[in-house]
Ligand binder design. Structure first.
Ligand code: ADP
Ligand code: MG
Length: 256
C-alpha cells in the first residue's frame, strides 16, 4: 500500500513544488516507486518533471471529474524516474465544477484506490490556498509535509493550516496527521532564520524534520531544464539535502 503525502502550505512561493519534485526524484533514486500528483492549476510540478502541460491528453482534472482514471492519465517523468498525474490551467475550473458533485472532497481519494499497490509513495503538490482542491489532497493523504521558510511570520502563518488539518482529521479523514515541518531555503548565516528555526524546534519538537534544505540556486535553475534539481545537479548542496530528506521519509514511514 502506498503512503500518500500532501505537500501543503497555504502560502505561495514557499517551496512546495520544489519539495514535491525533488523528494520524488530522491525517493526514486532510493528505488521507491513514486507517483506525483500535481494539484495546482499552475502546473509547475508537471513542467518541473519535464512534462509539457500544454500537450496533455488527460490530466488530474478529468480524474477528479470521474472522466478518466489515474492509470490512464498518468505520464512518466523520464528525467525524474517517477510517474506524474499532471495538471494545467484547466484544473482551475474544477474548483467550481466539483461543488455540485457527490463526495466532492473525496474524489481524489476514490480515484487513488485502484493504484495503491503500484506505488510506495504518492506525493501531492497542493495549490497555495485552503481550497476544495487542497481539501481533496488532504482527504486522500495519510500525512502532510509542510515546507516553510524560517521567517518572522512563519509560525503565525502555520496556525491556519494546522487548524484546517485538525478539522479534516476530525470530520473527513481520521488518518491525517502532520508528518513534519521541513525547513527550506535555509541560510544559516541569517541570524533570524536560526532563531525562527530554534523556535520551531521548541514548539513542534520531533515534528520538525532533521533534514534542512539550504537555499541553493541549482534547485531554482533545474525547472527550466525540465528536471528536478536532484537530477539536474546531483552533487549540489540542495540536491544532496533532498536525497537525505528522502532517506528520512523512508525511516519515518516505517514508524507509521
Ligand atoms: P511553491 O510551490 O510553494 O509556490 P516553489 O517550489 O515554486 O514554491 O518555490 C518558489 C521559488 O523558490 C521557485 O522559483 C523555486 O525555484 C525557488 N526555490 C525553492 N526552493 C529553493 C531553494 N532551496 N533554494 C533556492 N531557491 C528555491
Ligand atoms: Mg507550487
Amino acid at each position: 500500500m502506498a503512503k500518500i503525502f500532501c505537500v501543503a502550505n497555504q502560502k505561495g512561493g514557499v517551496g512546495k513544488t520544489t519539495t514535491t519534485v525533488n523528494l520524488a526524484a530522491g525517493l526514486a533514486a532510493l528505488k521507491q516507486r513514486v507517483l506525483v500528483i500535481d494539484l495546482d492549476p499552475q502546473g509547475n510540478a508537471t513542467m518541473g518533471s519535464g512534462i509539457d502541460k500544454m500537450q496533455l491528453e488527460a490530466s488530474v482534472y478529468q480524474v477528479l471529474l470521474g472522466e478518466t482514471s489515474v492509470l490512464e492519465a498518468k505520464i512518466r517523468s523520464e528525467s525524474g524516474a517517477y510517474d506524474v498525474l499532471p495538471a494545467n490551467r484547466e484544473l482551475a475550473g474544477a474548483e467550481v465544477e466539483l461543488v455540485d458533485l457527490e463526495q466532492r472532497e473525496k474524489r481524489l481519494q476514490l480515484a487513488l484506490d485502484p493504484v495503491q499497490d503500484r506505488y510506495d509513495f504518492v506525493l501531492i503538490d497542493c495549490p497555495p490556498a485552503l481550497s476544495l482542491l487542497t481539501l481533496n489532497g488532504l482527504c486522500a493523504a495519510n500525512g502532510v509535509i509542510v515546507p516553510m521558510q524560517c521567517e518572522y511570520f512563519a509560525l503565525e502563518g502555520l496556525s491556519d493550516l494546522v487548524n484546517t488539518i485538525k478539522q479534516v482529521h476530525a470530520n473527513l479523514n481520521p488518518d491525517l496527521t502532520i508528518i513534519g515541518l521541513l525547513r527550506v531555503m535555509f541560510d544559516a548565516r541569517v541570524t533570524l532564520q536560526q532563531q525562527v528555526s530554534d523556535q520551531l524546534m521548541a514548539h513542534f519538537g520531533d515534528k520538525v524534520f532533521s533534514t534542512i534544505i539550504p537555499r541553493n540556486v541549482r534547485l531554482a535553475e533545474a525547472p527550466s531544464y525540465g528536471m528536478p534539481g536532484v537530477i539536474f545537479d546531483k552533487s549540489s548542496r540542495g540536491a544532496q539535502a533532498y536525497i537525505q530528506f528522502g532517506a528520512e521519509m523512508i525511516q519515518r514511514i516505517q514508524k507509521m
